[in-house]
Design a protein around this ligand. Structure first.
Ligand code: PLP
Length: 372
């Protein structure tokens, strides 16, 4: 993924935005961050937004802001980036893992009920790879059981479920501006979007050492702010994010069409889009029983492929103390063995997609290439 291509296209606007911050001389908590908060809340369709230092901090501070800590349990999918479960453990709570829906890689909502206990306080689903999880039944379940619904939107900014953006469905949505995310800064950054004014106020307190200003501290908080340079950069990029997501969707469609035309759909599965969902393809993840052969073969051709993720979260060494009796998560374990992310970014070309699918044909059906 080439991040400099996007910078070159927006260079005059980005340079002017950065210069504006340097000339103003206010670098932490200033007008750029405040504007960005309002612009992102409007974009996601929430009342408020609070900028923080990273997507990980967005998760940690939201959990704390919802009063979740030692003795509490949080239900979360067993297949995600490690930060999702790490945030739960960081606040002193215990993650209760649930297997995934093998088509969307998101939490299997039908299995959540069985993971609840009297200590469950929240459910933390992930819109993995940019595909929304099944939000409607999930929001109903959270409502019925009195649980806080906190969405991990780090990979899915702009994605919609039944026409409404992710992040606006529950108590809060947590975004990441890590440079490779669909809306990326030039460093770390994150945001919490919420319709709950009391939670927003609490988050503003927690991100600045529990102080509303001056040297009077009413809570144990931390230092977690988005700096003004990153906020100014993100304000230039935000108006383009829908176009970039549409470009990703077009590339996904091209991949799918070429994979089908090549007759590869028996050997590998392209990603699935659930009806009513708008996938934003943070990652274009195929699956195949021959994943290792494809990974090696594509790498030899210089194609940047990745495995997100090679194991489930409960299998991570850092979490072995949580469940002395190892449970199995068959859908996620199979996904971990079969998934492969192919190149995906807005500036990708049809020509490169053709080359990549051509390499897949060579690897899976060498005889077909000779005949063609
Ligand atoms: C990137 C990511 C995070 C963490 O965001 P950072 O900004 O890198 O701290 C959390 N959850 C998921 C699913 C992510 O992909």
């Amino acid at each position: 993924m080439d991040l400099t291509a996007q910078y070159r296209r927006l260079k005059p606007e980005l340079d002017a935005a950065m210069q504006r911050v340097l000339d103003r001389g206010q670098f932490v908590l200033g007008p750029e961050g405040e504007h960005l908060e309002r612009e992102l809340a409007a974009y996601c369709g929430t009342r408020d937004a609070v900028a923080v230092a990273s997507g990980t901090d967005a998760l940690i501070l939201t959990l704390r802001g919802c009063g979740i800590g030692a003795g509490d349990e949080v239900v979360t999918p067993c297949f995600s980036f490690f930060a999702t479960a790490e945030a739960i453990v960081t606040v002193g709570a215990t993650p209760r893992f649930v297997d995934i829906d093998p088509r969307t890689y998101a939490i299997d909502v039908g299995q959540i009920e069985a993971a609840l206990s009297p200590r469950t306080k929240a459910v933390l689903p992930v819109h993995l790879f940019g595909h929304p999880c099944d939000l409607e039944p999930l929001a109903r379940l959270a409502d019925r059981r009195g649980l806080a619904l906190i969405e991990d939107c780090a990979q899915a900014v702009g994605a919609r479920y039944q026409g409404r953006r992710v992040g606006a469905w529950g108590r809060a949505g947590c975004l990441s501006f890590y440079p490779t995310k669909n809306l990326g800064a030039y460093g770390d950054g994150g945001m919490v979007v919420t319709n709950d004014p009391a939670l927003a106020q609490q988050l503003r307190l927690l991100r600045t050492h529990g102080s509303r200003g001056g040297y009077h501290h009413t809570a144990i908080g931390t230092n977690s702010r988005l700096d003004e340079l990153q906020a100014a950069i993100l304000r230039v990029k935000l108006p383009h994010v829908d176009d970039w997501n549409q470009a990703r969707r077009r590339h996904a469609e091209t991949y799918r069409r070429l994979i089908e035309q090549a007759g590869l759909d028996g050997e590998l599965s392209p990603p699935h889009e659930q009806p009513g969902c708008e996938h934003v393809f943070h990652a274009y993840v195929i699956r195949s029983r021959q994943r290792e052969r494809l990974r090696e073969g594509l790498r030899k051709q210089g194609i940047g492929v990745q495995v997100y993720y090679p194991s489930t979260i409960p299998q991570q060494p850092a979490l072995q103390h949580l469940s002395p009796a190892p449970r199995s998560y068959p859908m996620a374990e199979q996904a971990a063995a079969e998934v492969l992310a192919l190149p995906m970014y807005p500036e990708l070309t049809e020509e490169l997609i053709r080359q990549i699918v051509g390499h897949l044909v060579d690897l899976l059906k060498p005889s077909a290439r000779v005949r063609a």
